[in-house]
Design a protein around this ligand. Sequence first.
Ligand code: 5AD
Ligand code: FES
Length: 350
Amino acid sequence: MKHLIDRLYETSTLTAAEYRELIDNRTPELAEYLFEKARDVRIRHYGHDVYLRGLIEFTNHCKNDCYYCGIRRSNCQAERYRLTKEQILECCAVGYELGFRTFVLQGGEDGYYTDEKMVDIIRAIKAKYPDCAITLSIGEKSYDSYKAFFDAGADRYLLRHETANVEHYGKLHPKNLSLENRKQCLYNLKEIGYQVGCGFMVGSPYQTTDCLVDDLLFIQELKPHMVGIGPFIPHHATPFAGFSGGTLELTLFLLGIIRLMLPTVLLPATTALGTIHPRGRELGILAGANVVMPNLSPRSVRPKYMLYDNKICTGDEAAECRQCMQRRIESIGYRVVVSRGDHKSFQKKD
Ligand code: 5AD
Ligand code: FES
């Protein structure tokens, strides 16, 4: 199997059959070999720098009903909230002081925030923090809405594709949602000029190796600037409450593969990874990740943005998470940098 990793390292591509072989025949020894190669590639492009993103979870209202997600419309146990523009700006102010230069506005698909409201929020953040990047993570919108947000100053957009296998997509989502539209959104975002992130959950219900191979092939085709992956973690008040979660081991292995496929990709060690293992995010960095996304949401709303059970950092202040992340990153010989942390292809040459 090492020969496949060597080839992936040299050419950044494998065939579907080879990805399947690699995933199905993985061993701890092979994983260690993969992670060494992944670190080699990431260090070549980004050194030991780890980029910070301040995550602002500004609404947990959602019109969708994804079977895996704790803030799905049908979860009537969820206590709903929305942040005002002033509250969002206050999160940015706290974040800026702590050295954040990217703010991620994430929320459910909430019709309350019309395009006009979003444009107003984006403009206000950009006016106050012109040296910061804005990442949006607010779901499927029309081409024109994406364009309006981009023109208002949004730089990046995260929209996980969730699974690139059509049948699997249908098992995770109600019928009104389609993989086709999801993919179209991602292509639209790229065309408009965003730095774009797709991604998927590892170990979601009904996922097979073939699904994962489809995910990798889709990533190879889209060539995103960012890829967000984390383990599926069951939420008690969803239809998937009874399923088991994804593993640390498979998530790390996939992080390593994705680093070799897209050598300059922005790859977060996600909160979900930190939730299933006390050192999950550090292990993610050591498998090839180069981004962490500490929470900047006001502490009062954090327990309400529960996509899955036992989410970490719901009781901590932003400053605590910032310090905690710094300690964690330094403990493995990497360093947190104060920077927008753009994708290499978007970094200004001077
Ligand atoms: N476990 C892990 N990740 C989840 N997400 C939603 N629900 C869960 C869950 N139960 C992820 C989805 C979504 C992102 C914001 O959070 O992939 O795109
Ligand atoms: Fe939030 Fe460690 S990152 S407490």
